[in-house]
Design a protein. Structure first.
Length: 72
């Protein structure tokens, strides 16, 4: 499953649940989050629906990759 925010963040995971009581997205599965040149991976997640605030619970790694400058 892939979810994308209006701001360009991308969330990839095998399973994603909506918790109506907390109004948050949740998973216990492995996740990959990409925003610009930052790629974060881990297991377990809770996030606001707009993906502005995301919490990864376990085995967190992050990698900063160069972002190409716009042509012009």
């Amino acid at each position: 499953m892939v979810a994308r925010s209006e701001q360009g963040m991308e969330l990839k995971t095998e399973q994603l649940r909506w918790n109506a009581a907390s109004r948050r997205l949740q998973t216990d599965e492995a996740v990959t989050i990409t925003r610009g040149g930052l790629v974060s991976r881990g297991r377990g997640l809770e996030a606001e629906t707009d993906l502005e605030r995301v919490r990864i619970f376990e085995n967190i790694t992050s990698q900063l990759r160069p972002v190409a400058a716009p042509a012009g």
